[in-house]
Write a protein that binds this ligand. Structure first.
Ligand code: PMP
Length: 334
């Protein structure tokens, strides 16, 4: 679907995947007018196909576009585009459990020009690609590097938007994490460099306390996640887990949590589990934390029971093995 000043949205087309021709002076190549989304279509237990919360992605896509002075695609048009593509590619939706068809909607400036200003022409596209299970050999904890040198987003910047530039800013930090033997980077706030924000492509959750055997004593458990400060991405998995945790009778809270709170919480045993969440991996346990100044293990370094319960509950909804009580699944007509 194209957008241009004067004409608005027009020229919707479903076409085979193919390379694009780009003018060397295409504005996106120089000024990064590029926003995107990531979501998944899952094969349902009854054999049908459904997409997880596309309206939420559509709304976030509009907010990202607004921040980059790009046109806002109507929510219905976004969902319709997803629906059309998934129906066309139904055969590519894998048949089992955590496998999915990953969908990547994106929009960028197509105008040619070297001046820095909002463009007058854009292209919105969606591509699809089958995705295997993130953990084909079973869920295992990741290690994380607390980045004190680099920041991903500053107040007033584009941190809340899902725009290409934010990911460009993260590459050197991801390489630094890998150099320290860690799987992922954890971002801290830009001002004090002590408040925990999120991971490279996932939001974070902290579990305080333990429940008893058989899941009793849930009143002793508190599940917290960093509050949305404007410099971290408001994840749709994060949002969904706040609801799921409440459905499972866990207390939830959105907080400011420092690296020191995290270290001390693990030391005194008040923090029992930490996990990351996002569309790609659903939920990933965090086992080890490293930074230039300190290293520590989360719990026993393994995968906690509450992490696994939340993971199973969310996946059961996404794959149609549990009732969709919140109306989150967008069913693709057969
Ligand atoms: N933070 C960042 C930086 C991300 O790229 C993502 C993935 N979109 C997330 C968090 C998680 O968001 P979601 O649950 O919507 O996938």
């Amino acid at each position: 679907i194209r957008w241009s000043e004067g004409r608005g949205w027009h020229d919707a087309q479903l076409e085979p995947y193919a390379p694009l021709q780009i003018d060397p002076a295409n504005m996106t190549l120089h000024y990064a007018q590029s926003v995107f989304e990531g979501l998944k279509a899952y094969r349902q237990a009854d054999g049908g196909v459904a997409v997880f919360r596309p309206e939420e992605n559509a709304r976030r896509f509009r907010r990202s576009a607004r921040r980059l002075a790009m046109p806002e695609l109507p929510v219905e048009t976004f969902v319709e585009a997803i629906d059309l593509l998934v129906r066309q590619d139904e055969a590519w939706v894998p048949g089992e459990g955590e496998q999915s068809l990953y969908l990547r909607p994106f929009m960028f400036a197509t105008e040619v020009g070297l001046g820095v200003r909002p463009a007058n022409e854009y292209l919105f596209m969606v591509i699809a690609s089958p995705a295997g299970a993130y953990f084909p050999r079973g869920v295992h904890p990741v290690s994380v590097w607390l980045s004190e040198e680099y920041v991903r987003a500053a107040p007033g910047g584009t941190g809340e938007a899902k725009c290409a530039g934010n990911y460009a800013a993260s590459l050197a930090a991801q390489a630094e994490a890998a150099n320290h033997g860690c799987d992922q980077v954890v971002w801290l706030d830009a001002v004090e460099r002590r408040w925990v924000e999120e991971m490279g492509g996932m939001n974070l959750y902290f579990v305080y306390g333990q429940e008893g055997p058989e899941g009793g004593g849930r009143e002793n458990v508190r599940i917290v996640t960093p509050e949305l400060t404007g410099t971290l991405l408001p994840g749709i998995t994060r949002l969904s887990l706040l609801r799921i945790a409440e459905d499972l009778d866990y207390a939830t809270e959105e907080v400011r949590l420092s690296t020191e709170d995290w270290r001390r919480g693990n030391e005194d045993g008040s923090i029992t589990e930490v996990f990351a969440c996002g569309t790609a991996a659903v939920i990933t346990p965090v086992g080890e934390v490293k930074s230039a100044r300190a290293s520590w293990t989360v719990g026993d370094g393994g995968t906690g029971p509450i992490t696994m319960r939340l993971r199973e509950t969310l996946l059961a909804i996404q794959t149609g093995r549990a009732p969709d009580t919140h109306g989150w699944m967008h069913r693709i007509a057969d």
